[in-house]
Ligand binder design. Structure first.
Ligand SMILES: NC(=O)c1ccc[n+]([C@@H]2O[C@H](COP(=O)([O-])OP(=O)(O)OC[C@H]3O[C@@H](n4cnc5c(N)ncnc54)[C@H](OP(=O)(O)O)[C@@H]3O)[C@@H](O)[C@H]2O)c1
Length: 314
């Protein structure tokens, strides 16, 4: 079978198509015929070696974390899934393996994909939409009437966050570049600000939750935008967040949290539920073929896209 691998850390050019052995599931796992994947920042960060403290020095490495596909074989101890089920999920980004014709997954970490979505749409969701769901729902406790500010509101995480926050009943304000302001409104944001301008600063607005989906702000800069008991949630913690977390027992009024996305079939099933009720629509920037994964990652690193970049595998 085909699989994208790399033998050293580096630019997109290190990615190559290899002919590798098709894996065999054990009693507790499923073999998935991969139909589509997508690109997340973590995929190119791992490939560049930015995270080598976690990804290690052993090569060759497999690439890709998100997937959507069809179960080809379920181990004899697997309950709840069978051959032919259309599923989606993500593999540990430090290990990769979804830019492949087949992969092995833990059934606890997948869910049936939303029926109305193509495999490419479904593959755009796992890491980005789960990050948004887990940050807003579990860390931010966002619900009816919560005021939420989303930074990077038209990126992979942000585009799902705007839609999920609206679905949870929040009043949503998005921050994005000038070019993406209309898209941000179309995703459902009640109000949109351009991050290159000072409008939001001048407005004096304050929010219950500041979700820094793009991780382009900091806890100290965010404080003026959050209510006295507000919370700042980021996808990448800076020193301010770490200090605030360590001294969490002190009566700081404003809190910060950081999201570390967890693979969860239960949370994916929640996303499938939202997707089935038409309250969520992935934004697909561009689709690439498996052999063009290097071009896909290059575009992702350039930042010149909106929503998600997907890989069509079948
Ligand atoms: N901790 C976790 O578990 C976790 C999970 C998922 C992602 N992440 C991290 O979260 C970050 C975002 O991921 P993603 O998939 O959403 O990335 P992405 O799709 O590349 O989106 C990046 C976003 O950043 C916005 N942006 C660029 N410069 C900005 C600025 N100065 N101010 C505000 N926004 C700005 C872009 O907006 P414009 O296009 O409008 O310029 C774009 O919407 C990445 O660093 C990723 O590694 C962490």
């Amino acid at each position: 079978m085909r699989s994208i691998i790399y033998n050293k850390y580096g630019g997109p050019e290190v990615l190559e198509v290899a002919d590798v052995e098709k894996p065999e599931p054990d009693a507790n796992s499923i073999l998935v015929r991969v139909k589509a994947s997508s690109v997340n920042p973590v995929d190119y960060k791992v490939r560049r070696g930015d995270m080598k403290i976690m990804s290690g020095k052993k090569f060759p490495k497999d690439a890709g974390s998100d997937f959507a596909g069809v179960i080809e074989k379920a181990g004899e101890a697997v309950a709840g899934y069978k051959k032919g089920d259309e599923v989606y999920g993500f593999l540990n980004p430090m290990k990769g393996g979804t830019y492949s014709d087949y992969l092995i997954a833990d059934p606890a970490n997948v869910s049936l994909k939303p029926e109305r979505f193509s495999f490419e749409q479904a593959a755009s969701m796992p890491i980005a939409a789960l990050t948004a769901l887990q940050a807003l729902n579990y860390l931010g406790n966002v619900n009816e009437g919560t005021t939420v500010l989303i930074n990077g509101a038209t990126g992979g995480v942000g585009s799902f966050a705007v839609q999920l926050a609206k679905t949870l009943g929040a009043e949503v304000t998005g921050i994005c570049s000038e070019n993406n302001m209309k898209l941000c409104k179309d995703l459902g944001a009640d109000e949109v600000f351009n991050y290159a301008e000072e409008e939001l600063n001048k407005s004096g607005r304050k929010f219950d939750v500041f979700f820094d989906a793009a991780a382009k702000s900091t806890f100290s800069k965010s404080k003026k935008f959050i209510n006295s008991r507000g919370i700042y949630i980021t996808t990448i913690p800076g020193i301010g967040v770490i200090i605030n977390r360590i001294f969490n027992f002190l009566p700081f009024k404003k809190k910060s949290k950081f999201i570390m996305v967890k693979s969860s079939g239960i949370d994916l099933a929640i996303l499938t539920g939202f997707a089935m009720t038409d309250t969520m629509e992935p934004v697909i920037a561009k689709s690439f073929k498996l052999e063009d994964v290097a071009d896909a990652q290059e575009l992702a690193e350039s930042g010149k896209f909106r929503g998600k970049i997907v890989i069509k595998i079948d």
